[in-house]
Write a protein that binds this ligand. Structure first.
Ligand SMILES: Cc1cc2nc3c(=O)[nH]c(=O)nc-3n(C[C@H](O)[C@H](O)[C@H](O)COP(=O)(O)OP(=O)(O)OC[C@H]3O[C@@H](n4cnc5c(N)ncnc54)[C@H](O)[C@@H]3O)c2cc1C
Length: 277
C-alpha cells in the first residue's frame, strides 16, 4: 500500500545458513523475526523494532507433475512457467506475492474456491531446526494455516523455506487462455495499485464486501486511506495514507458491522506484534 516506515533491521535470506544466522541474531538480541514475502497483504506501522527478513530462495525443480519451489518465488511467475510446461496452477492467477506468503495465508479463491493447499504435498521450514511438514501438519483452512496461527511468536518464528506441490497436467494453450480470462476479470473488478488486497475474511458464504457495502461504507475515507469504490473489501492508499489511517478504517468497519469481521491483512505494530489477529 506504500504505507509504513522503517524496520530496525532488515536482511535478505538467500541460503539456509542465512536463515540460521538471522534466527540466532533474533534470539541473542531478543528481537522479533518478521518474514516478509512481497508485502502484498501486509501493512507496517511507522517504525518496527524487529528484524524483517525476505526469503530470496526461488529455486524451482520440476519432475513430472511434482514441483519443489523456494518460498521467495513469485507466484505469478511460477504459474506462467508451469503453464508453459503443461502444469495447471492457473486457479491462483491474479494473487500477487510469493509462495511463502501464499502458504502462510493459504491464498486462493473465495471460501468455496481453490486455495494453494489443494496443491501442497509438504512444506520445509526453519524454526531453529529444519523440518519438513506434511500438508496435514500445516493445518490449512480458509485463509488459515499453522504458520498464521503461530505467528508472530517470540523467536524462533517459523520461516517457510520451500514447498513441494503436485500440479495437475493440462494443455498449455488452455491453461494460458484460462490465465488471461482470470486476469481480465480481476482488472475489471478489483483495484491493483496501492492496496494490500482483501482486508477482511468472508463470513461463511457471505463475502466481506457485501457486509461493508450494506453498511454504506463503500468509499469511506479516513485521512489518506479509503475503502475502494471499485471493491468494498480493498483498502486503498489514496494520498499520503498512514498506518493510523488504515487502522482507523478497520475500526470503523468493525464498529459499524455487527458480524465481527475478522481481519485478513497483516497489520504490524511498532513492537512487531500483529494487530487485529
Ligand atoms: C490486488 C490484490 C489482489 C489480491 N487477491 C488475493 C486473492 O484473490 N486471494 C488471496 O488469498 N489473497 C489475495 N491478495 C492478498 C495477497 O496477495 C496474498 O495474501 C499473498 O499470498 C501475499 O503474499 P506476499 O508474498 O505478498 O505476502 P506478505 O504480504 O509479504 O506476507 C503475508 C504474511 O505471510 C508471512 N510470510 C511471508 N513469507 C513468509 C515466509 N517465507 N515464511 C513465513 N512467513 C511468511 C508474512 O510474515 C506475513 O504475515 C491480493 C492482494 C492484492 C494487492
Amino acid at each position: 500500500m506504500r504505507i509504513g516506515g522503517v524496520a530496525r533491521y532488515f536482511a535478505e535470506i538467500l541460503t539456509r545458513e542465512d536463515a540460521e544466522q538471522a534466527m540466532r541474531f533474533c534470539v541473542e538480541n531478543k528481537l522479533k523475526l518478521i518474514p516478509l514475502g512481497n508485502g502484498s497483504n501486509t501493512i507496517f506501522s511507522d517504525n518496527v523494532e524487529a528484524l524483517v527478513v525476505q526469503v530470496k530462495h526461488v529455486k524451482t525443480d520440476v519432475v513430472d507433475d511434482t514441483v519443489t519451489v523456494g518460498a521467495g518465488k513469485n507466484l505469478a511467475m511460477l504459474i506462467n512457467e508451469l503453464a508453459a510446461q503443461g502444469l495447471d496452477l492457473s486457479a491462483l492467477t491474479g494473487i500477487p506475492g510469493t509462495i511463502g506468503g501464499a502458504i502462510f495465508g493459504n491464498a486462493g479463491q473465495g471460501p468455496k474456491g481453490i486455495w494453494i493447499d489443494s496443491f501442497i504435498e509438504s512444506v520445509t521450514v526453519y524454526d531453529g531446526e529444519w523440518k519438513t511438514l506434511t500438508k496435514k501438519e500445516c493445518e490449512f483452512a480458509y485463509r488459515e494455516s499453522f504458520f498464521k496461527s503461530s505467528h508472530p511468536s517470540p523467536p524462533p518464528t517459523t520461516l517457510i523455506w520451500e514447498a513441494t506441490l503436485k500440479i495437475p497436467k493440462a494443455d498449455s494453450a488452455m491453461i494460458k487462455a484460462h490465465i488471461e480470462s482470470l486476469l481480465k476479470k480481476r482488472i475489471e473488478t478489483q483495484p491493483h495499485l496501492k492496496t494490500a488486497g482483501s482486508c477482511f475474511k468472508a463470513i461463511g458464504d457471505t463475502p466481506a464486501w457485501k457486509l461493508i457495502d450494506a453498511a454504506g461504507l463503500r468509499g469511506y475515507k479516513s485521512g489518506g486511506v479509503e475503502i475502494s469504490p471499485k471493491h468494498a473489501n480493498f483498502l486503498m492508499n489514496v494520498g499520503e495514507g498512514t498506518y493510523a489511517d488504515a487502522v482507523s478504517v478497520v475500526e470503523e468497519v468493525r464498529e459499524k458491522i455487527p458480524e465481527n469481521l475478522e481481519v485478513e491483512m497483516r497489520f504490524v505494530e511498532p513492537d512487531g506484534e500483529v494487530r487485529f489477529s
